[in-house]
Design a binder for this molecule. Structure first.
Ligand SMILES: C[S@@+](CC[C@H](N)C(=O)[O-])C[C@H]1O[C@@H](n2cnc3c(N)ncnc32)[C@H](O)[C@@H]1O
Length: 255
């Protein structure tokens, strides 16, 4: 994650409560003042993972692009059919201007809600999100038994992602959300995707989930029926239980 700088003055301005991240006005206000902030990690940290699953002929939808440089990095790898969406009109306007000024004319940027995507069925090869689904989990209450509003929103998002993916499409989710909290959603029986993940990052581990539509396996069925106990450090547990991460600069936690 970027450190605060003169160009990035709001990186250490945290909202008073995590629930602010659910307020579209918070993002508009923030993006008015902030030029670039890379949630979790930048492309260089997971490039090796992403390029295993995307090739230049693919159409890619990025959910909640904010002011991240992920789409530019993908473009630099030859992936040019990219659509970015964000709920924040400020983010969309600033991202459009930035991409135009840098000559990335083919990347499309739209104001849209990932809970109600304005696209037809089966029109993207890859849907990718970095830190955007995590917004839905702030203020979720007990992470083992999230509030019904959280569950409804996460399921609405996943249904939209599943719907717009082509039959063999891939959903990539980059998050601090651990498998024992994400798999109960990813593995719901209505989804036809398989669920795998890798980790990246030093000290603090981020998760890189790969969900392949149409490839659901017996083990995906099994884990939708049982709740797994975590086998991850207490440190991670404290972060999730305290709902801490979305109010804190993760890089500071690592030092
Ligand atoms: C934590 S930031 C992540 C930004 C970016 N993906 C990154 O990696 O730096 C979450 C982003 O999701 C956007 N967002 C929140 N709710 C959304 C929704 N329902 N639909 C689309 N975008 C949303 C916010 O405006 C914000 O840009």
């Amino acid at each position: 994650m970027d450190k605060p700088t003169a160009q990035n003055p709001v990186a250490d301005e945290l909202p008073s409560s995590a629930s602010a991240y659910l307020d579209p006005q918070y993002w508009d206000d923030r993006f008015k003042r902030e030029e670039h902030y890379e949630w979790f990690k930048d492309f260089s940290h997971f490039r090796h993972l992403i390029l295993d699953h995307i090739n230049p002929s693919y159409s890619v939808l990025e959910l909640g692009c904010g002011n991240s440089q992920l789409c530019e990095e993908l473009y630099s790898e030859g992936i040019t059919d990219i659509t970015c969406i964000d709920l924040s009109p400020v983010a969309v306007e600033k991202m459009s201007q930035r991409l135009l000024s840098k000559g990335y004319k083919e990347i499309k940027v739209l104001e849209a809600d990932m809970l109600d995507l304005p696209f037809g069925d089966e029109c993207f090869d890859v849907v990718i999100e970095k830190g955007t689904m995590d917004v839905l989990f702030v203020d979720s209450g007990d992470p083992w038994n999230p509030r019904s509003e959280t569950v409804n929103n996460v399921m609405a998002m996943l249904r939209q992602v599943h719907r717009v993916l082509r039959p063999n499409g891939i959903f990539i989710s980059i998050t601090f959300g651990q498998p024992h909290f994400r798999r109960p959603f990813f593995n719901k029986s209505e989804f036809t995707w398989s669920v795998e993940w890798k980790t990246f990052g030093d000290g603090f581990h981020y998760f890189f989930y790969i969900l392949k539509k149409g490839e659901r396996r017996l083990e995906d069925e099994e884990c939708s029926k049982k709740i797994e106990m975590p086998s991850i450090s207490l440190y991670h547990e404290e972060l999730d239980n305290e709902d801490y991460l979305f109010r804190t600069n993760v890089d500071e936690l690592q030092n």
